[in-house]
Ligand binder design. Structure first.
Ligand code: BDR
Ligand code: CA
Length: 324
């Protein structure tokens, strides 16, 4: 199993990423970051999720930064509720967070363990801080797979996705670090929508984890549909975990990606240079057009373009069956 650290802000879709990662990868630890909700709440939520799936004795939760690098924290209660994980009724956690700070955990683990992959499904504040603390991490990390940004449109603003919007300075640090970045942006995650049918399937699977998935989706479906007027609950963060578990689930293209820090309308935008793919829709052109020479800077990232959604759902069902 691939060794990973999952940095997250649960969050309904983060909870899906956690369940996928814990069953299918070697999760060395879970670090938390203020994002969807306060650090205190997302840390408590991460522990609750581990307790539901019976893994809280095995995997530590390390609290990280409570606010972004520069700007004040922006949270997303309209999607995740006041607790950050409204909907499922869960007991108060019996486990405590670890005493060690997330940034120390990330640095120490990466420097002492070969071939660690970072999966980040919240704002990139902890990862950027870790890179500043220990720049040699760049040569140690295998890769970083993030949910954030977009090759096309945003969700929080027309151009910016929430995780990048919350801490663009941190995202800038990560994308310009030299670590290979895999980006599952909104353009990809919008292909990962759960509906009533999936809720019914979760109930049929019937494990504790599957019922939890159903409860999560019931709440999240409603808030996603109310807020976006789209059909389904988009479980963005699960895509980042799925890509590391099974790379065949996602088609991608290499490109240079940078972060807009100053734009009046575009702060937090992931500026993706895919001129070599020629067309307006990179997902279409990846099939049609052989990759041409890169026109601008050399690629620092691989952007996810197309999700095998049936394959993803199979992985999710299999995973939920495997938990007791
Ligand atoms: C991202 O923002 C958060 O609300 C979700 O958990 C996901 O990480 C989607 O833009
Ligand atoms: Ca998240």
């Amino acid at each position: 199993k691939k060794k990973v650290i999952l940095d997250c802000d649960p969050g309904h879709d983060d909870a899906f990423a956690m369940m996928l990662a814990v069953q299918n990868l070697d999760v060395l630890g879970i670090t938390t970051i203020g994002g969807n909700c306060t650090l205190e709440n997302v840390t408590r939520n991460a522990i609750k999720v581990l307790e539901v799936i019976g893994q809280a004795d095995n995997i530590g939760v390390y609290p990280g930064h409570s606010r972004p690098t520069v700007m004040p924290l922006v949270t997303a209660p309209q999607f995740h509720g006041e607790t950050g994980l409204d909907g499922p009724v869960l007991p108060e956690p019996t486990h405590s967070p670890q005493d060690k700070h997330a940034v120390d955990f990330i640095v120490d683990t990466v420097m002492s363990t070969d071939d660690v992959t970072l999966i980040a499904t919240g704002p990139l504040t902890n990862i950027a801080a870790a890179l500043n603390r220990e720049p040699r991490m760049v040569d140690r990390v295998r890769e970083i797979c993030i949910m954030g940004g977009s090759v096309t449109f945003g969700n929080w603003t027309p151009t910016a996705e929430f995780n990048i919007y919350v801490d663009p300075e941190a995202a800038y640090r990560v994308f310009n670090s030299g670590i290979h970045v895999k980006m599952t942006g909104i353009n990809l995650t919008r292909q990962c929508c759960l509906t009533e049918k999936h809720i019914a399937d979760f109930r049929n699977i019937g494990t504790k984890a599957a019922n939890f998935a159903a409860d999560l989706t019931e709440y999240f479906l409603k808030t996603c549909e109310d807020e976006t007027q789209l059909t389904g609950a988009t479980i963005h963060d699960a895509c980042a975990a799925a890509w590391i578990i099974n790379p065949d689930l996602i088609k991608s293209a290499s490109m240079h990606i940078d972060i807009e820090l100053k734009g009046e309308l575009t702060r937090g935008m992931t500026v993706c240079d895919y001129r070599h793919l020629r067309g307006i829709d990179p997902a279409v052109d990846i099939e049609r057009t052989p990759q041409m020479d890169f026109r601008g800077e050399q690629p620092n990232a691989e952007a996810a373009l197309e999700l095998d959604f049936p394959g993803f759902v199979d992985l999710l069902y299999k995973t939920l069956r495997q938990y007791d």
